[in-house]
Design a binder for this molecule. Sequence first.
Ligand SMILES: [Zn+2]
Length: 240
Amino acid sequence: MLLSPGLHRIGNDIVAAHLIATDEGITLIDAGLPGHYADLRRELAVMGRPATDIRGIVLTHGDSDHIGFAERLRRELGVPVHIGAADADRAKGAKPPATPRGPMRIRPMAGFLAYAARKGAVRIPPLNEVRPVADGDVLDLPGAPRIIGMPGHSPGSIAVHVPSVRAVFVGDELTTRHVLTGVTGPQPAPFTDDQARSSASLESLRGLDVEWVLPGHGAPWRSGVDALIAAYRSAEARAR
Ligand SMILES: [Zn+2]
């Protein structure tokens, strides 16, 4: 689905991935679940672009619901896959640490699990090869994505700022729809390794002039970064 010129989304508020399209080609931000490959092909068809236009994938982190079809594109089309250095092992199949079990509600949780199963979450191929990126890097990919280190959700979590589409992709450093409770609005994301660190990382977004804040789970946020952080802080306070 087209969000704005050059900015596309596949998936939905349960799990989303994004495309940046320019005359130079296409950059993917995250790769959803394996079954989102079909959604990607459909989106490309609507855009009238071949899959060979995809120049690279940038993964916001190494969790399984973000690496979905990345290995497939790497293997079949030689698409390079970029990820924060500290998450490289996780994308290659290392098990993430167990995180404390937060709040959940049956219906949204069952909805998430059913959707994930339908999209192939049962078997997610790990990456065989990744290119590590670091805070401050500007990648030589369509849209010139700039990497913002955001450790917390995982050690190698990053946000990706793409000025040409006035967007920042925040992965699971925050969510606007908690997959386990269905509660909407900016808030801490579940399955976070280090919540205090994640919360502190959010300040790295401060001052970004963007129209779109795009999390891996939940609706796009359109009200700017300062309002986002304020809403997150209130949610955080409510949870205490
Ligand atoms: Zn996720």
